[in-house]
Design a protein around this ligand. Structure first.
Ligand code: GAR
Length: 194
């Protein structure tokens, strides 16, 4: 069993899907805390599941590095084996990323390296491509540049809006994120290391 801290900024549908999966006693990951950079709506899911929450708002710090140091302290307080960015919409500075190297992953709504950044779904539609998808990757100091763990395609349908396409992408994200964490948990478990 691995312990996981999830960081969010928005509605937290990926978080909710993970909380639901981890209700199953044979699911090998437990969410020990949920953090945010703002008063995110998704924090309610954590409260419903009686998971600890914390908010570290960058507006209350004089530098990005100071903000990240406090965010990191909150994360490390829970001694996670894995930290998951699930719709966390801030760029994390090097001091945070370096401290968690190898155990910090991000879910992104495109087939990276296509459509990096905060508007990946809108950008894919604007580019007129016929397919996009989901990427789960390790986080490094760049923006959406870390080593890719897994990708899954989503076809763009005629008449798709940003909302309809993102809804279909999120359905894929919910399954892929849970399955990927499960796989990483098996790799990290003592039995797997024998
Ligand atoms: C997800 O689609 C996630 O891939 C995306 O934010 C959404 C969060 O949804 N992340 C990024 O765009 C990161 N660049 P949720 O709050 O409903 O889980």
């Amino acid at each position: 069993m691995i312990s996981v801290v999830v960081l969010i900024s928005g509605s937290g549908s990926n978080l909710l899907a993970l909380l639901q999966k981890s209700e199953n006693p044979i699911y090998p990951a437990k969410i020990v805390a949920v953090g945010s950079d703002c008063d995110a709506a998704g924090l309610e899911h954590a409260e419903l599941y009686e998971v600890d929450t914390f908010v570290v708002n960058p507006a209350q710090f004089s530098s990005k590095e100071d903000w990240a140091t406090t965010l990191l302290a909150n994360v490390q307080h829970h001694q996670p084996d894995l930290v998951v960015l699930a719709g966390f919409m801030r760029i994390l500075p090097a001091n945070f990323v370096t401290a968690l190297k190898g155990k910090l992953i991000n879910i992104h709504p495109s087939l990276l390296p296509e459509f990096k950044g905060a508007h990946a779904v809108r950008d894919a539609l604007a580019a007129g491509v016929t397919k996009t998808g989901v990427t789960i990757h390790y986080v490094d100091e760049g923006i959406d540049t870390g080593d890719i763990i897994v990708q899954s395609e989503v076809l763009i349908e005629p008449g798709d809006s940003e909302r309809t396409l993102h809804e279909r992408i999120k359905k894929v994200e919910h399954e892929l994120l849970a399955a990927t964490i499960e796989q990483l948990a098996h790799q990290q478990s003592p039995v797997a290391k024998l």
